[in-house]
Design a binder for this molecule. Structure first.
Ligand code: HGY
Ligand code: MN
Ligand code: MN
Length: 417
């Protein structure tokens, strides 16, 4: 009985080689010399990646819609058109030094699941929608998960369109420039449920030799930009006691946040990813430093505590060094608990295929955390080689990619009826 069931499930599975070749083909768009991918949100490369997805959606006979923040939706009809759709998908934009799986894997696996349903001649009661959300990474325009946040009603469309990027461009202008300022009202598609397939981007599944993560929760995220104003002066003639050195202060802030995370213990993490000095000249004491701080924790109270500790450190630093220190919030999302029934459905689907599976927390932000505001949502993880991500060497073997896609296919069939 079990063998026959495994046999049938194996027969039903997506084609590993086809999924791998779709991902490889898409990774040619915005390819970087080191084997990675750079498709910053709303860049020309992002446009090309979107165009390729839309073409593949049309090939699959999906009805393609684009909303006013550029989210792309491809719908496979169900037998009950009025039924709320089951939605899956992720994002196509990447960080500047990205790999070929973060985001795009979940979108391509969704296309392969749809293709498999067609090949098996299966119809579902509910429509199935494949989504690619705008600006998930938030590296060019903050906050991250912006397209899904607007879809979920967490950020006003106009505020998103008026966002100015780190390159000084206005988001709405870039969206229009690449031709993805769609006319579908944001949030128009209200899903019955949302499932996102994504690489883990961490070390857990590989270390435990497991194929699937059933993601039960996702940690809180706090992003801020800190500006330190001091005074430029001559590097040779200015005694240390007379300096108002914004550069030295920025370095102390970076050390402080690292020590704050070590003191707090796991899962507290802290990152200074961006640091600019002005005038950034070898013999001029920096007048200004601008740096980013990314704090994350699974517990909201502990995340607030970390933010408060940093704020009082900044006050002390300003007073002791004669500096002006200010902070601007770039993103703030509380921890999210995913839908218990959906998580169980993922666990059961993985177990039915004989895949090793465990519940886990997502350290990274994802579009699923925003969809969780409007419908039951959960995520499926597959292992990341060496736990590496946001790095050109990001990798997951084709077999493991296919296992994740198979679980997605089974979960979609279960949810869509
Ligand atoms: O920042 C994140 O966690 C995601 O990659 N946007
Ligand atoms: Mn991602
Ligand atoms: Mn990412």
């Amino acid at each position: 009985m079990l063998a026959a069931r495994h046999e049938r499930l194996a027969h039903d599975g997506v084609a590993a080689d086809r999924l791998a070749s779709r991902i490889a083909e898409h990774a040619e768009i915005g390819a970087t010399p080191d084997g990675g991918v750079c498709r910053l949100a709303l860049s020309d490369a992002d446009r090309d990646g979107r165009d390729r997805l839309v073409a593949w959606m049309h090939e699959l006979g999906l009805v393609v819609q684009v909303d006013r923040i550029g989210n792309i939706f491809g719908t496979r009809a169900g037998t009950e058109p009025g039924a709320a759709p089951v939605m899956t998908g992720s994002h196509l934009d990447t960080v500047a030094t990205g790999g070929r799986y973060d985001g795009v894997y979940g979108v391509m696996a969704a296309l392969e699941a749809v293709r498999r349903l067609d090949e098996l001649g299966l119809v579902t009661r509910r429509p199935i929608v494949v989504a690619a959300f705008s600006n998930e990474e938030g590296v060019r325009y903050q906050p991250d998960m912006m397209g899904s946040l607007v879809h979920a009603g967490g950020l006003a469309l106009q505020d998103a369109l008026d966002t100015v990027g780190i390159d000084g461009t206005r988001l709405g202008d870039e969206l229009a420039r690449i031709g993805y300022a769609g006319d579908l009202a944001v949030g128009a598609i209200r899903p019955h449920a949302f499932v996102e397939l994504h690489i883990e981007q961490g070390p857990v599944l590989e270390a435990e030799g497991l194929a699937i993560g059933a993601v039960a929760d996702l940690q809180g995220i706090s992003w801020q930009e800190i500006t330190v104003e001091g005074q430029s002066n001559h590097a040779g003639t200015t005694p240390m006691r007379l300096r108002r050195d914004a550069g030295a202060a920025a370095a102390e802030i970076a050390v402080f946040v690292r020590e704050l995370a070590l003191r707090a213990g796991e899962p507290q993490v802290a990152t200074v990813g961006r640091l600019q000095l002005h005038p950034d000249l070898i013999n001029v004491i920096p007048a200004r430093a601008t740096l980013s701080v990314d704090l994350r924790h699974t517990d909201e109270a502990r995340l607030q505590q970390a933010e408060a500790e940093l704020a009082s450190f900044l006050e002390r630093l300003a007073a002791e060094r004669g500096l002006t220190v200010s902070s601007r919030r770039l993103a703030r999302f509380e921890p999210v608990v995913f839908d218990e029934r959906l998580v169980r459905t993922i666990e059961a689907a993985a177990a039915a295929r004989g895949y090793g599976v465990r519940r886990m927390t997502s350290g990274a932000g994802h579009d699923a955390q925003m969809l969780a505001r409007v419908c039951p949502a959960a995520m499926i993880f597959v292992p990341s080689a060496g736990g590496l991500s946001h790095n050109p060497r990001e990798h997951t073997p084709a077999e493991q990619l296919a296992q994740g896609a198979n679980v997605l296919l089974d979960v979609l069939r279960r949810l869509a009826g």
